[in-house]
Design a protein around this ligand. Structure first.
Ligand SMILES: [Zn+2]
Length: 233
């Protein structure tokens, strides 16, 4: 593996693990459903994997737009000579914008999805701002299929700049490796968190971290960009 591919893979692993572990949305619903409906281990793994792949699928579709834009841009003659440089700068810029946007939405307390458990049995989803009370009628009761739809509708954005970067470099190998790494580590992290929660181990509190999920993703992409532009990763 060349160093760039290594850097991309390491960023993809870091982002997918952090993104998944810092968002309770990714595992809390499965833990509750699995417990209350007495799912078997196999069924718990099945639904977690299916929803995780749905999450990846929409991220990849979004990311392919990034690949296309990057690929077309790199055909422009003015880009030919400075392609390597430009793609690093793009990554750095993307990461910085995403980081600022993430910090801003954490600071502004933007509305976001939330799962809530009742009587340890039913689970509902709703949008809210932290500290805000939600009317019962705006909550939706969760079933496995609704969960799947929620995951497909909520792509994981940090994959997009990485795919754009590989698009500029016109590297199908990088694109395939990135998607595979992202899919594997997202599903793996989900499974670990779900199974830990399902079988009674308590893990670190992620409530506070949840707010910074975008900022964290942005920070990783920025660091990756800085490394490529200035440190020759
Ligand atoms: Zn919240």
């Amino acid at each position: 593996m060349d160093t760039t591919l290594t850097t991309l893979v390491l960023s993809a692993i870091t982002i997918s693990c952090l993104h998944t572990a810092s968002g309770p949305d990714h595992y809390l619903p499965f833990i509750v459903l699995s417990r209350s409906r007495k799912w078997s281990l196999a069924k718990t793994i099945w639904w977690t994997t299916i929803c995780g792949l749905g999450h990846i699928l929409s991220s990849v579709l979004l990311g392919l737009i990034g690949v296309l834009v990057g690929w077309q841009l790199s055909k422009l003659s003015m880009f030919q000579d400075i392609r390597g440089n430009v793609s690093g700068w793009c990554l750095l810029l993307f990461g910085a914008v995403y980081l600022v946007w993430g910090l801003r939405s954490a600071y502004l307390n933007k509305p976001h999805k939330h799962f809530e458990v009742y009587n340890d049995e039913d689970i509902y989803v709703y949008e809210h701002k932290h500290g805000e009370v939600v009317a019962p009628q705006s909550r939706v009761k969760i079933t496995p299929w609704i969960l799947f739809v929620i995951f497909v509708m909520g792509p994981s954005e940090p994959l997009v700049p990485l795919l754009f970067y590989s698009g500029v470099r016109r590297s199908p190998l990088e694109i395939i490796v990135l998607i595979a790494v992202f899919a594997i580590f997202t599903v793996l992290t989900m499974l670990v968190m779900v199974l830990l929660g399902r079988y009674g181990y308590s893990f670190f509190k992620t409530d506070k971290l949840e707010r910074y999920v975008h900022a964290i993703g942005g920070a990783v992409v920025t660091i990756c960009g800085i490394g490529m532009v200035f440190l020759g990763w």
